[in-house]
Design a protein around this ligand. Structure first.
Ligand code: SAH
Length: 332
């Protein structure tokens, strides 16, 4: 389905929620049936050199206890995910050399070898050669949110960084054959609904396999800790609109949604989303991967709660998907 800017804006303003959610659910079901793809995520270090204003693990947050998992801990966690039957493993981190590029390559190799799972990396901006190294080592997918496609806003929120090189990274990843995920943070200070409408159109043009949208959730000890949280209705609407514009993409209900709405999984999965993620980061570290308030504390994200998550899915009349969960999107 195609929309004009004005139509998207009207939908984001809530002019036709019932219609929008019904059509998005229909489009999702046509593309992915009743299956909800499950992923296990390992947050391997919270050390970060950047200072994104919204993010709780930014370098200047001196209150945060920093951790880095060893290679053995990461591989052991991947084994645990596999033991629970999941075939989709995500490894995410702050941007640093705490785990070196070479170590990441070794980790990909080992995890692929031992589990056969699909591997998604989310480690920020790297040179194309690094992305190539990781792809050759067994990485299949990459998540790199652009956060916003507004140049000026991007600059303000990411001191010292520009949007263009980040978009270039997305292109490099696509050219290397990764399945690529990207998206925005709705409700960031200064990010208007009109900007979001324009960005949704532009990202569909760019073309990605997975659309990831979080609401802005304030994080302690950041310059934005007093700012209002994002509006979940805006998030659900944007996800549903994206589903209609690009029906074959994967769309997760991001874990940040659970911080603002305890029914986010139920709602998101009926409004166009088809993916859920669980954090398997070991207990002694997980609370320090504090991107925002409530991260890794919401009940559904705990290791022992795979069962709860499966229950949520079954209650909706949907099926838990333990397989690779690849995106069906292809470039046109
Ligand atoms: N360093 C990697 C991974 C970043 S953390 C990278 O740059 O890609 C993963 C995502 O968490 C970010 O891309 C951002 O969209 C989201 N995030 C961080 N802080 C947030 C906050 N306060 N509210 C909502 N989402 C946030």
């Amino acid at each position: 389905m195609t929309f004009t800017f004005d139509e998207i804006y009207a939908l984001l303003m809530g002019r036709a929620d019932n219609w929008l959610y019904m059509k998005a659910d229909e489009a999702k079901t046509n593309a992915y049936g009743d299956e909800v793809y499950l992923r296990g995520i390992i947050e391997c270090t919270n050390i970060c050199a950047r200072n994104c204003l919204y993010c709780g693990i930014r370098a200047q947050n001196e209150k945060l206890k920093r951790y880095t998992l060893t290679v053995d801990e990461i591989v052991a966690t991947a084994r645990q995910i596999k033991a629970q039957g999941l075939k989709s493993i995500v490894i995410q981190s702050g941007e640093s050399e705490a785990v070196s590029d070479i170590e990441i390559a070794r980790i990909c190799h080992k995890i692929k070898d031992e589990t056969g799972a699909d591997i998604t990396l989310s480690m920020g901006e790297k040179p194309k050669e690094t992305y190539r190294l990781w792809k050759e080592a067994g990485a299949d997918r990459y998540l790199l949110k652009v956060e916003t496609l507004q140049d000026e806003l991007y600059r303000v929120l990411h001191p010292g960084y520009e949007l263009k090189p980040r978009i270039k990274c997305v292109e490099n990843l696509k050219n290397l054959g990764y399945q690529v995920g990207s998206g925005f943070i709705a409700g960031l200070p200064g990010y208007t609904t009109k900007m979001l409408a324009a960005d949704l159109l532009e990202l569909v043009q760019i073309g990605v396999h997975m659309f990831s949208l979080t609401p802005f959730v304030r994080a302690q000890h950041t310059p934005l800790e007093q700012h209002l949280n994002g509006d979940m209705d805006l998030v659900y609407r944007a996800m549903a609109i994206y589903r209609l514009m690009a029906p074959d993409v994967n769309i997760p209900v991001a874990s940040a949604c659970a911080s603002l709405d305890s029914n986010s999984k139920e709602k998101g999965l009926k409004r166009g989303a088809n993916v859920l993620m669980l954090s398997y980061t070991p207990d002694k570290y997980r609370h320090d991967y504090a991107l925002y308030q409530g991260k890794n504390t919401a009940f559904t994200e705990k290791l022992t709660d795979l069962k709860n998550l499966v229950d949520v899915i079954l209650k909706l009349g949907l099926k838990p998907g333990f397989d690779f969960g690849r995106s069906k999107y292809e470039y046109t």
